[in-house]
Design a protein around this ligand. Structure first.
Ligand SMILES: C[C@@H](O)[C@H](N)C(=O)O
Ligand SMILES: C[C@@H](O)[C@H](N)C(=O)O
Lengths: 159, 159
């Protein structure tokens, strides 16, 4: 069975932050991330879906766990400017990433990942994929089982 | 001024699909993408944010424009199984991607992209970023101006 992915990675040093209800208008996310960029805080995963209700959108992203408190402080500090509705954070997440090989047959790469997690009852909290790279956030407690399931699903557990 | 990105790409052959209100429980997205994977339809960008209200989540993704109708048909066809609330699609989008170099100073890469678009009044519809790669969806009509602004923002317009 030929390989369709080049690797599976797991990052457990990330914390998730969700900013709820930012204005869906030009410049809104730029204003959100400005204080973070100025503080030199690197953001890893970023997920923002289209807005539906009343022109408000949400954005979820991850930063290193040890930068969480500082990041939350900066976001709250700029609330007057950015005007969001709610702020949620969670330290107990891991980011699982699968990288495809970009060959024919890639249609199944994301599907295989989602199925491998779904079948083990592991809930996917967020998905960020572009091209051949797919990242998902799940609860930290699932780490061992998630990696085992992913390796098996992609045929990487054969020795 | 040193380069902080390795490239800017624009894909104008993509159509956006948003599936609104899928159950936020294990296996839900797997069920959504199953018929697409079985039909050999490759999905490029995928964005799914955390759910807030009543355990329902949305997922937005892109496929080649010429596969849009077929994809919508397949999604509607499996609605009994997957049970979503709404289905929205849009052909008039382009995907802009910036790839960072993964060096120190990466904190500003996403910020620079968002600011470059925001300042030109270009609205960001969706964001999918992981590690050094950031992709956003904007309206097709903004293509020329968006690329011009991004090249200038990253100092790639100097000759
Ligand atoms: C929601 C946010 O992405 C907004 N549309 C912006 O362009 O900044
Ligand atoms: C919403 C969707 O991602 C769901 N949580 C799943 O795991 O499939």
């Amino acid at each position: 069975e030929r390989r369709i992915i080049s690797g599976i990675a797991c990052s457990d040093n990330e914390a998730k932050i969700s900013i709820i209800g930012i204005r869906d208008e030009p410049g809104a996310v730029a204003a959100i991330f400005k204080p973070l960029a100025e503080a030199g805080i690197s953001v890893d995963m970023i997920v923002q879906d289209v807005s539906k209700d009343g022109g408000l959108a949400d954005v979820t992203f991850t930063v290193d766990k040890d930068l969480l408190d500082r990041t939350l402080k900066l976001i709250k500090g700029s609330r007057e400017k950015t005007g969001f509705k709610d702020l949620i954070s969670d330290r107990n997440v891991i980011k699982l990433t699968v990288v495809g090989l970009g060959m024919a047959g890639q249609a199944g790469v994301a599907q295989t990942m989602f199925t491998a997690l779904g079948e083990k009852g592991i809930n996917i909290q967020a998905i960020s994929a572009t091209d051949i790279k797919i990242s998902v956030l799940v609860q930290e407690k699932h780490q061992k089982e998630a990696l085992k399931s992913l390796h098996a699903a992609y045929g990487l557990d054969k020795r």
